[in-house]
Design a protein around this ligand. Structure first.
Ligand code: 13P
Length: 251
């Protein structure tokens, strides 16, 4: 099980370190990580160094929220995978729906970013998910598997074999309206079977979208849910701790 916290554009470098430390010191973290569970916190770029420094003596790992596909060069405002690795990141979220929407990232770019991330020693957490209109039209699995195919086409199956997928239905993100455990399981099972049969890969699949301490238990009880990518609740140490506790029996 992998529990990743995506802090999005929240926290300043002044307050990120203490939130990270509070999260790492919470009582569910030790038993979870000692048994093989992985906890990752993904702060905004500017807070990565302070969070990485504070978490270095703990069992909680650090990730970025994005990276560029090139190693270095004339790309104003961008950050490379090797820069993230250099300040202590082990993971990087790629292709979040907020970036697909606002930065117009597409599957090809996300695939190239995954290659760069693996090259720098980072594990990509690649996000896929459908809009409400797509779900209502009954094309959820088509949309999600097409996103995966597009990323694999750009990155190659060997890169995605070393990655993690996150199923994040867009309509569930930040709305308080999580997918039901059955909806999540249905898509996760379809994604797993597609990845196996089409690409010969079997990777962990996280669920993301309004995961809270209230619904984590039931989501984690699903056979194909291998953890969570948590937004809002990862900024609340007590709620995040309860989510980790809910994942512990499934490690
Ligand atoms: P929320 O948990 O706030 O819905 O956000 C989910 C998400 O986008 C994680 O990447």
């Amino acid at each position: 099980m992998i529990i990743a916290g995506n802090w999005k554009m929240n926290t300043t470098p002044s307050d990120a370190g203490s939130l990270a430390l509070t999260i790492a010191a919470a009582d569910a973290v030790g038993p979870f990580t000692r048994n093989g569970g992985v906890v990752v916190i993904c702060p905004p770029y500017l807070s990565v160094p302070v969070v990485a420094a504070r978490l270095q003596p703990t069992s909680v790992l650090v990730g970025g929220q994005n990276c560029h596909w090139e190693a270095a060069g004339a790309f104003t405002g961008e950050v490379s995978a090797s820069m993230l690795a250099d300040v202590g990141c082990r993971y990087v979220i790629l292709g979040h729906s907020e970036r697909r929407r606002d930065q117009l990232e597409d599957d090809h770019m996300i695939g190239l970013k995954a290659v760069a991330a693996i090259g720098a020693g980072l594990t990509p957490i690649i996000c896929v998910g459908e809009s409400l209109a797509e779900r209502e039209a009954g094309v959820t699995v088509d949309v999600v598997t097409q996103q995966i195919d597009g990323v694999v086409a750009a990155a190659g199956a060997d890169t995605i074999r070393r990655s993690i997928l996150a199923y994040e239905p867009i309509w569930a993100i930040g709305t308080g309206l999580a997918a039901t455990p059955q909806q999540a399981q249905e898509v996760h099972a379809a994604v797993r079977s597609h990845c196996r049969s089409r690409h010969g890969i079997d990777v962990p699949i996280l669920y993301g979208g309004s995961v809270t301490d209230q619904n984590a238990d039931e989501l984690f009880a699903q056979a194909d849910v291998n953890g969570a990518l948590v937004g809002g609740a990862s900024l609340k140490a007590a709620a995040f701790n309860e989510i980790i506790r809910a994942a512990t029996p499934h490690v």
